[in-house]
Design a protein around this ligand. Structure first.
Ligand code: GLV
Ligand code: MN
Ligand code: MN
Length: 395
């Protein structure tokens, strides 16, 4: 069953950078190269394929029972800039490897399998998990600036609305993914049975001070937006650690105006992101940040929420099916939450979801050093394969 490594290597032709990292940002030519590779492989395996306006690719392997609902499998084909080979692509390659194995063994399932390669899961101007949210019907046509953001990719709001799927003929959604953290690797465990995906809340935080001459303005007279923002970031980071040791806080983007070496910054904008399974923890951090901001003199803060994705739970029955499959494959496993966002989150709004994790070496992801051993990749596919077989045996 080492097809998964071969398929991953094929997908990895798309968007590979000279330094060994991968860049397939949403709607980019490299992204669509990956879609073409996946679509060809799906067709070679006898799947019917279609691309939608959101840039998602779907392959359908028909089942033998016309009344049986589809088992959905998926993950994403886009990457962060200079990301790794495995994040997202592994889940799509794993789904293809399952279909390939069925074909090689001459087995036909009662239930159709639908395999999705989603677009725009990573952070992007349309908002992360855009492709799967379009399929799940979670995009609001009134989302601010949606039409302008789509126009840069040559798409329109009505086209995106038409990507919504009817889920009445769908049984469940499964996603195979690298862990992207160090829990499995540190514990020497082979499989993670995911019990939930953390909520992701993001704010745009703006510090407003006063631009002035960097040489003539004495320190006591400054309204330096950069210094105010720096203080708020350090205070928020400390506060996050005090609230809960599984609460995380990240300032991933910082912009400064006028951004000149000899001018005191008058305006600084940052993204403040926080994640946890429990809403009350992110709420507590946000309230603390508002208080801290009010205590910083000489700089004014404006805070605007930009993303609010609630946490979701995996389906208990599916978790049990995955655990049984892991035991049957003789793998060690643990039950754990996901700190990363996934396409399974939007899908959870429509149908039961289950996720399978494999270890990430050193807990590294979203970087070129991202790595999972071939044997771990193979094992994850094995667990997915047996999960699909036992779901197919149900009605
Ligand atoms: C996606 O990878 C995320 O967790 O931000
Ligand atoms: Mn991912
Ligand atoms: Mn990612």
């Amino acid at each position: 069953m080492n097809q998964v490594n071969e398929i991953l290597d094929m997908i990895g032709i798309a968007g590979r950078n000279q330094d060994g990292s991968y860049t397939r940002t949403c709607f980019s030519p490299a992204y669509f190269d990956a879609v073409e590779i996946v679509q060809n492989k799906m067709e070679e395996l006898g799947m019917e394929t279609e691309q939608d306006a959101a840039g998602n690719i779907r392959g359908i392997l028909p089942g033998t029972d016309p009344s049986a609902k589809s088992i959905l499998i998926g993950s994403h084909l886009d990457t962060v800039p200079s990301g790794g080979l495995f994040d997202g692509a592994y889940g799509v390659a794993g789904g293809l490897a399952v279909v390939q194995r069925l074909k090689e063994k001459g087995e036909r399932l009662c239930h159709p399998i639908e395999l999705y390669g989603f677009n725009a899961e990573e952070s992007n101007p349309l908002g992360g998990t855009f492709g799967s949210r379009a399929v799940a019907g979670l995009i609001s046509p009134n989302q601010p600036n949606l039409a302008q953001a789509l126009a840069q990719y040559g798409r329109t709001v009505p086209e995106i609305m038409s990507c919504r799927r009817d889920f009445t003929d769908a049984k469940c959604y499964l996603e195979l993914h690298i862990e992207q953290g160090d829990h499995l690797c540190n514990k020497g465990l082979q499989i993670g049975v995911v019990n939930g995906i953390v909520g992701i809340i993001r704010y745009k935080v703006t510090a407003i001070g006063h631009s002035n001459h960097a040489g003539t303005t004495m320190m006591k007279n400054r309204k330096d937006a950069m210094v105010g923002m720096a203080q708020l970031i350090v205070d928020a980071d400390r506060c996050c650690r005090e609230i809960d040791d599984t609460l995380v806080f990240t300032v991933g983007v910082i912009r400064c105006w006028p951004c000149s070496e000899n001018v005191i910054p008058g305006r600084v904008e940052c993204t403040f992101e926080m994640r946890h399974m429990d809403r009350s923890k992110t709420d507590a951090l946000f309230q603390a940040i508002e208080k801290l901001a009010a205590q910083i003199p000489s700089v004014q803060f404006e805070i605007e929420k930009t993303i609010d994705k609630g946490s979701v739970c995996c389906d208990g029955t599916l978790m049990h099916t995955i655990e049984t499959a892991a035991k049957m494959c003789g793998t060690t496993y643990t039950v754990m939450p996901s700190g990363a966002g996934h396409d399974a989150n939007p899908m959870a709004h429509r149908l039961p979801i289950g996720m399978i994790f494999v270890p990430s070496r050193g807990g590294l992801s979203h970087c070129k050093e991202e790595w999972t051993d071939p044997e771990d990749l193979r094992r994850g596919v094995e667990v997915l394969y047996h999960t699909v077989l036992s779901l197919d045996a149900e009605s």
